[in-house]
Design a protein around this ligand. Structure first.
Ligand code: T1G
Length: 649
């Protein structure tokens, strides 16, 4: 039964059971409407408790129904009926009460939550706004200065914060359902939120700052702006008018290209894990992880594993390096504690789970070891060979290399089937994307285990086959080359970066390179120089900057000049260098418009993606969208470069 009803004395317990996340599908809405009718009609029922089976309270409207013809009762209508119920309803919240789920809790007259529950209105992340009364009811319960963060920012609040805000009435101590029933037994009917006045803004500065921050962060996305409009309506209209205005805005967004694109990327990010679901193959449970190399990447990977609850042993070549690596990891854990990502108990556990050593024998119990040592083939082969001799035969050996040939590494070992690529993006404990690079010799068990490991780390795992730069860096190198061609053809770095920012990137390709360090791609170009295709156009500007010691932000100059307190300013020297290069190549410079800049960049991304698909290095076009959105900030509300093809650039 999708919605069932049991009586506990005079309390009716209505249970939604709609796996996997109790989304308010049509069946759930019908079931709730029947339960409302039954409990209203039953004189023995004094109050109602609404809770959910499985892992979470309602996590939202059923996104799979979007785009299909609406079916009554609509969620807004059903929620208005529950709110008008003559008997008190108590929402018992666990897991993640999101979107329509939180809106359902808001029409209940009381709310009690499990201590670990999270509550949010994340509709803006799907290109929407709350469409079932959330923008009208929330500012009648909590201060608008906080409501705007939830509605237009889409970020979750913990149960503790929800209690502080007044969003919930109680946090359960041990037995959520039992305590919800007790709350219902003492409940009297409260005025529904839409019958209460909205809470006035008390600090216009706080409101203005919050709204401005959201508008700036939105870049080209429309839903956060619409969310602010909906909330402003709720603060000046009566509830019925505000509800109607919210619905109109919601329906306009629901049919928008951005909403279709954001739904596409939402489901695409969940579908990438299918590459790890191999028929008849179960992932091997992992309990001990080893990381070799305590530099930036190694320490980030170790921290990511510790944050996911894995015990980790970090290996370095000597005690000094091991201590330095340990300090990097502990600093990251401390930061996670400060940011509330870790509770105090979890932080303590992570620190206890963390060990360092200079001896591979410390990895004799490891189920998975990830090497993140210097990007040199022989160094990595030596490390993997020594590791293979120290670990159990069934242990998985993973490399974090960002472009070296993992087939060559695997071929150097006696158990190549246990070798796989786990390409993290820096900072490894923050960036969601993880490229799982499968070799020609890897076995299914190893692949399935790598995907399960990624899910435990809450990473978005994308399968790639071995190839220069795998998926992300190969595409980025291609459009970086195209951008460099445009420097010779007539554009300046700041022209290109401005066009990319206007399109919706968080930063342009030249700002990004200055930030990462120009010496990294310079080293790669030098490594590939001997085998470079001499017939392919080659731009020397980056090399000349590096030859002059200009590696970007870290040296005070790269494509930009950072001498003005670190701010990126157009550099006259770089302009002169570019002009001289155009002359040296006999190129007549021309003006290149923003539109033309983006056409060339998007064209290059798509042509490289087509080759990746043809070569089988990328599994499908959706995976490429997921990579580009999560690795380089390709604007999410476009759906990614492949989905965006179907729209207008
Ligand atoms: N509808 C349908 N299916 C959903 C779903 C949803 N809202 N949310 C998740 N799923 C599926 C998902 O596709 C996957 O399916 C499975 O559940 C597990 O998800 C009126 C209109 C809840 C935090 O934006 O954030 O309410 O691949 O892999 O990592 O104002 O899913 O297994 O077949 O992500 O544990 C608002 C979206 C909707 C929440 C769980 N709600 N979901 O994360 O598992 S709009 C949301 C999530 C709305 C109202 C408006 C996450 C999660 P499959 P998962 P997870």
């Amino acid at each position: 039964m999708t919605v069932s009803l049991q009586k506990h004395g005079q309390i009716a317990v209505v249970t939604i059971d709609n796996p996997p996340v109790n989304a308010t599908s049509h069946a759930v809405r019908l079931g709730l409407q029947n339960a409302l009718h039954q409990t209203t009609q039953d004189d023995d029922v004094q109050s109602v408790v609404l809770h959910c089976a499985g892992r979470t309270f309602v996590a939202g409207a059923d996104i799979t129904e979007f785009g299909a013809p609406p079916q009554d009762p609509s969620l807004p209508d059903l929620l208005a009926q529950i709110e008008a119920a003559p008997k008190p309803w108590v929402a018992a919240i666990h897991g993640t009460s999101l979107g329509g789920g939180l809106e359902t809790a808001l029409v209940c007259h009381y709310r009690i939550a499990d201590p670990a529950a999270k509550l949010a209105l994340p509709e803006v992340t799907l290109g929407l706004i709350p469409g079932a009364g959330g923008t009208v009811r929330l500012p009648r319960l909590i201060a608008p200065e906080q409501a705007v963060e939830m509605i237009a920012g889409g970020k979750p609040v913990t149960a503790a914060r929800a209690l502080e805000l007044g969003l919930i009435d109680q946090i359960a101590s041990a037995d959520l359902l039992g305590e919800a029933i007790a709350l219902a037994e003492g409940a009297t009917r409260r005025a529904p939120l839409t019958m209460r006045p909205f809470i006035a803004v008390t600090s216009q500065d706080t409101w203005d700052n919050a709204a401005q921050k959201i508008k700036t962060k939105a870049r080209g996305q429309t839903s956060p702006i619409a969310a602010i409009t909906a909330l402003e309506n709720a603060l000046k209209m009566d509830a019925p008018a505000a509800l109607a205005a919210e619905r109109a805005l919601f329906e306009e967004l629901r049919d928008s290209d951005q909403c279709k694109a954001l739904r596409h990327i939402f489901f695409a990010e969940r579908a990438t894990a299918q590459a790890g679901r191999i028929k008849g193959v179960a992932a091997t449970p992992l309990s001990q992880v080893g990381v070799v190399g305590g530099g930036t990447m190694g320490a980030g990977i170790a921290a990511a594993c510790l944050l996911a609850g894995y015990p980790v042993t970090l290996i370095e070549r000597n005690n000094e390096a091991a201590v330095a690596g340990r300090d990097r990891v502990l600093a990251t854990l401390d930061q996670s504690l400060k940011r509330g990502v870790l509770t105090t108990a979890a932080h303590l556990q992570a620190v206890e789970n963390f060990h360092i050593s200079t001896n591979y024998t410390a990895l004799s119990d490891a189920d998975l070891v990830i090497e993140a040592v210097f990007e040199d083939m022989q160094v990595k082969i030596d490390v993997l060979t020594a590791l293979e001799a120290a670990v159990r035969p069934d242990a998985i050996l993973a490399t974090n290399t960002s472009y070296l040939d993992i087939n060559v590494m695997a071929a150097a070992l006696t158990r190549p089937s246990r070798v796989i690529g786990l390409h993290f993006f820096s900072p490894a404990h923050i960036m969601k994307l993880l490229e799982i690079v499968v070799t020609d010799s890897v076995d299914d068990q190893t692949t399935a285990t790598a995907f399960a490991f990624a899910k435990r780390l809450k990473k978005i795992a994308v399968r790639a086959k071995v190839g220069e730069g795998f998926i992300a860096n190969r595409i980025m190198s291609a459009y970086r080359r195209e951008a460099e061609y445009m420097l010779e053809d007539g554009a300046m770095p700041w022209d290109i970066d401005t066009a990319m920012r206007k399109f919706g990137f968080p930063m342009g390709i030249f700002e990004m390179q200055d930030l990462a360090g120009l010496d990294i791609s310079w080293a790669m170009r030098k490594r590939l120089n001997a085998t470079r295709d001499r017939t392919q156009r080659y731009v020397d500007i980056g090399d000349k900057l590096c030859e002059g010691g200009h590696f970007g932000r870290k040296t005070g100059r790269g494509y930009y000049d950072y001498s003005d307190s670190g701010k990126a300013r157009p550099s006259a020297e770089t302009r002169a260098l570019i002009m001289a290069e155009s002359r040296r190549k006999g190129i007549t410079r021309v003006q290149i418009s923003d539109k033309a800049i983006m056409a060339r960049i998007l064209g290059r991304i798509r042509s490289e993606a087509a080759m990746l698909l043809h070569e089988g290095i990328a599994r499908c076009a959706d995976d490429i969208d997921v990579v580009m959105v999560n690795a380089f900030g390709f604007p999410r509300w476009t759906g990614g470069p492949m989905f965006h093809t179907s729209g207008q650039d």
